[in-house]
Design a protein around this ligand. Sequence first.
Ligand code: MLT
Length: 321
Amino acid sequence: MTPFGTAVRKAMIEYRAPAEMVFVCIDRLGRATPIPDEIARFLGPRPPAGGGHQPIRVPVGDVELAVEVRGEGVPVLFVHGFPFDRTMWRHQLATLSRVRSIAPDLRGVGGSGAPPAADGYSLARYADDLVAVLDALGVRQAVLCGLSMGGYVIFELLRRHPGRVKAMILADTKPQADSAEAKRGREELTQVAQREGQDAVIERLLPRLLAPATQATQPKVAGQVREMARRWSVPGLVGALRTLRDRPDSTETLRGVRVPTLVLVGSDDEIAPPDTARAMARLIPEAQCHVVPAAGHIAPLEQPLATSRLLADFLRALPPS
Ligand code: MLT
């Protein structure tokens, strides 16, 4: 190679800039459609050298949690809902760039340890577990992103550890406590969990979880939801159901929030509907609220492209730490 050629080559290597590419998958009619898992995995941020996307194990006192950690950038802690696990964020973990994604399985779920008795579970324990995960990873402040029960856990974290929250993303969640009727429903479901196990629980819940569009056009999503529910232990289900039943109203907690907040909700969410999400957003000064079309209660899984785009826009606009 000539000296000139060598110089050009060296310059190309030294000045190579990071590139961000956006892929949109469309169907035959040109409508945006979720990127198949296999392709999202291929296109998403590459796993760090020497490690796949295997979760790391983080001791949090009485149990160890399985925590998936990916990428580099602003730390975002993803908190799943009930009865799901960290894989409900699979599309966001695969496609968000410039983010250090931290996605634990809560205690009692998936790869995490499961205390045998129901008193091993409470909002305080779930919230303290998350802070123990941040401590173990050396993260002082994170963007907290929670779906439904994940949101209730974030509300508790706000009460117990407000200084750890840089910003919030609240998806398909609500501040209200359970009504008397909802509490009775939790009791019944607890008995179903104890008598018949995980499959019976998810079959009771599924009809209200997914949008009609999801049920009609993405039959795989219901299968993914069933798989996540099967990864719950029975004590984990019972402990979570008691926690959900007994959770406090978080309206006043949210009125006190002073961090950037994004509220998002599926247009067909029956459990935390759009009107509830809009009212919740109004509690928080300057919170943004977006409705994700053709999604039910699990917008990140049902409409991953639209959800990830909202997350990416919100994260990009955050002030640097
Ligand atoms: C969830 O998705 O976490 C549940 O729908 C929460 C709830 O039942 O209140």
